[in-house]
Design a protein around this ligand. Structure first.
Ligand code: IVH
Length: 735
């Protein structure tokens, strides 16, 4: 993988992980299993280690997932709430011990082993023994104040029993029992409401309810296991903390193993695995903590997790059942996804009748056929996945899966012909069948839901069910049509059936109207992302938003045209190269002509690089550029822009305002003493300057740090001004 590819992949992984973080922490509706999530995260961490130039302090590998939601007051934690490093195998647990033994220069180490509760983290503050505050983990340093909701937890004392410190933060996990989960979901099913996927999501969704009465009706529970800020602190070990929590009469983990050395640690983990299904809460792993708190402090923390603890995640539960049928769902980009319809089977405490199958190639690779006995897995209790089939037990006559034949070559929603898509699109994972009709009802619904999602325009309250209804009633074709739907229409929307109506209501309708108004002021980058322009992900949208003032400018973008033009020139250059092997020169005359042509092409390329393309980001390659230009020149794009125009919505780009560096081009080389490369780039761009990758006569300044290389030499040779970080900061300060 070359650096450009690595950077692209890292951006993609970060965007994807952020999306999953959002789904898990904020919306409590994860789309992938914890295990799949960890696989993505490990890939990103590996790339970051290999390509340190592209590290990012805001990367999901460096931060804890953010659970904050609107409507709550944010409160700072006195001591940060961290996450835990995860492992899935014994060797890594042993490596953890070996690392601690090396750092602490002894392998005689005591640990506690306790259940890893599958709930949501909370920090309780008791002052003078009284519960004063309960705050979610948030983004680690500050979270949402959920005190009123936490006070409804019946098993939680509002005062500590016996002597208490002046102030203490006690950390723990809020959860729902399996029985309570079933009870609430059964009620929702009766009401025709969407079901929660698992107890953890339901608990997370409940704690983020603004209606405390509703929270009280759902019997949340809590278990406490950790210490944050504590004044004065008397406990010296994890074991003592556990005893102290019990003495205060707080609910604690059902069992805690106190062990010495790694072999006892591993034995305790095995015992815990055998016992965990009997616990009141879902247990998805074991947490191993160094017992001695003085040593914990010596080891300290990384950016997101303590060095003195590790979580070992248990293998997900699996079950066998029969694959009854494969049905097809159509997403916002028109991609057809197969879904497994299963003989209902009990798995990890709930009945499963559907599972994801990803795509056709995967079904073929795993040789899964309708009628097969299959093994399904439910990790982290999200939507289960089909792991494998058992071809040896297959009934005769089972045909290989053929998506095209199954749907008769047509989109199952709108009946338009489908086409095979051969792109490197991450969501499609390489290969997919796609509905060709941009106006397909399924695509429209998907785009509307996406338009309103948090990362897009954050029109909260407009979820998939409402989106589907608006599209079904043809009230919305393109997402901006949402602005034409009257508040009365929204309020009277029936999301249920004629026999069992479920009316959306005035309160919800008013919420949407307020949110859509607020969205009008969002910047170009958000709108661009929200409109589902092909190939435009979040980071591309951001880059485009920074380099254009409006949709009108983007539609005619000189930058994008230059990117496309340069790709054409490079292709031509390769073809015409006098020494081309594919296309050898036919004669001396031909060679001379081609040499001259190549010189012309080179000159034009250099002109583009030094001009329009100076500082152009790697994100915007020729495929993206062509795709954006084509989209806005095409029918769908024109329709969207006309609609926005008619609505008077004209989102503004965050293009660098004129500043001290307007018209100046910078090239960075070497390592700066204080600023990271991206930080320096940002400062330059924020002041109106451009950053380019190569030095030319047009370069205004070369910003050089330690170990600067050939760019510095070239700058000197061309007589370009060379400055250091201090000088840059002086210039920025206008001195
Ligand atoms: S210790 C600073 N102990 O797992 C140490 N965490 O994946 C972190 N969790 O954010 C907390 N059970 O919300 C600890 N027995 C346990 C736990 C536990 C569940 C959660 C906690 C943490 C997350 C990390």
């Amino acid at each position: 993988m070359n650096p450009a590819q690595a950077r692209q992949r890292m951006e993609t992984l970060r965007a994807e992980l952020r999306r999953h973080d959002e789904a898990y922490y904020r919306k409590a509706t994860p789309e992938i299993t914890d295990f799949e999530y960890d696989v993505l995260k490990t890939e990103l961490a590996d790339l970051e280690a290999r390509f340190p130039d592209f590290t990012d302090a805001a990367s999901p590998t460096q931060t804890v997932g953010d659970d904050r939601a609107p409507g709550f007051v944010e409160v700072a934690h006195r001591q940060r709430m961290l996450s835990l490093d995860n492992t899935y195998n014994e060797a890594e647990v042993r490596a953890f011990h070996a690392r601690l033994a090396r750092l602490l220069e002894t392998d005689d180490l005591r640990y506690t082993v306790e259940p890893k509760i599958d709930g949501l983290a909370v920090s309780l503050t008791y002052e003078a023994g009284r519960l004063v505050r309960a705050v979610t983990r948030g983004k680690g340093d500050r979270g949402d104040d959920v005190t009123a909701n936490v006070r409804t937890i019946r098993t939680l004392p509002h005062a500590l029993h016996g002597a208490a410190p002046n102030a203490v933060e006690i950390r723990g996990e809020i959860y729902l029992s399996a029985a309570e989960f079933e009870r609430i979901n059964a009620g929702r099913a009766a009401e025709g409401e969407a079901l929660y996927a698992n107890p953890r999501n339901l608990a997370a969704g409940t704690i983020k309810q603004l209606d405390t009465g509703e929270v009280a009706r759902r019997k949340l529970e809590i278990v406490l296991y950790g210490l944050g800020y504590c004044e004065p602190q008397t406990v010296r070990s994890q074991t003592e903390l556990h005893e102290q929590l019990k003495a205060w009469r707080l609910p604690v983990v059902e069992k805690l193993w106190r062990v010495r050395g790694i072999d006892e640690t591993w034995a305790a983990i095995r015992e815990l695995d055998a016992l965990r299904r009997t616990f009141a809460y879902g247990t998805d792993g074991a947490v191993v903590k160094l017992d001695d708190m003085a040593r914990q402090r010596d080891l300290g923390d990384t950016a997101k997790a303590p060095r003195w603890a590790i979580a070992y995640k248990f293998k997900p539960d699996t079950a066998r059942t029969r694959l009854r049928a494969i049905t097809i769902q159509v997403g916002k980009t028109g991609i057809l996804s197969p879904v497994a319809e299963l003989e209902p089977v009990l798995l990890a405490g709930s009945t499963i009748s559907r599972a994801t199958l990803h795509n056709e190639d995967e079904i073929r690779r795993k040789d899964i056929r309708v009628g097969d006995l299959v093994e399904i897995e439910k990790a982290g209790e999200v939507i289960p996945a089909v792991l494998r089939s058992f071809p040896e037990e297959r009934l005769a006559g089972a045909a290989e899966f053929d998506l095209f034949a199954l749907v008769g070559g047509k989109c199952p929603v709108c009946g338009t012909g489908i086409a095979r898509l051969e792109v490197a699109d991450e969501e499609a994972r390489g290969v997919a069948w796609k509905c060709q009709n941009y106006d397909c009802r399924a695509q429209r619904t998907g785009r509307l839901g996406f338009f309103c999602s948090r990362r897009a325009l954050a029109i909260d309250g407009l979820g998939d069910v409402v989106a589907a209804k608006l599209v079904e009633l043809e009230l919305v074709k393109d997402p901006p049509d949402l602005y034409d739907v009257r508040v009365e229409t929204l309020a009277t929307l029936n999301l249920g059936t004629v026999e069992e109506p479920r009316i959306f209501g005035e309160k919800n309708a008013a919420k949407i109207v307020a949110a859509r108004e607020a969205a009008k002021a969002l910047p170009l980058e958000k709108w661009l992302y929200a409109l589902s322009v092909p190939d435009v992900g979040e980071s591309t949208a951001r880059e485009l938003g920074r380099r254009h003032r409006s949709f009108a400018e983007l539609e005619e973008s000189g930058l994008l045209r230059a990117v496309v033009r340069k790709a054409e020139l490079l292709a031509r250059r390769e073809l015409e190269a006098p020494a081309s092997r594919k296309n050898p020169a036919k004669s001396e005359g031909d060679k001379a002509r081609r040499k001259e042509l190549c010189a012309q092409l080179d000159a034009e390329i250099a002109g583009l690089d030094a001009g329009v393309l100076a500082g152009a980001p790697a994100d915007i390659g020729p495929v993206v550029a062509a795709s954006v230009l084509e989209f806005f020149a095409g029918e769908a794009g024109r329709r969207l822009l006309a609609k926005l125009g008619a609505l008077g919505i004209d989102p503004q780009g965050t293009m660098a305002a004129a500043g001290v560096f307007t018209g100046k081009t910078f090239v960075l080389t070497g390592t700066l003493p204080a600023l990271k490369r991206e930080e320096a780039e940002q400062k330059i761009q924020a002041a109106g300057g451009k950053v380019s990758g190569s030095v030319s006569k047009k370069t205004s300044y070369v910003l050089a740090g330690a170990d600067a290389g050939s760019k510095l030499e070239k700058a000197r040779a061309l007589g370009v001004a060379v400055i250091d970080e201090a000088e840059l900061l002086r210039l920025l300060a206008g001195a």
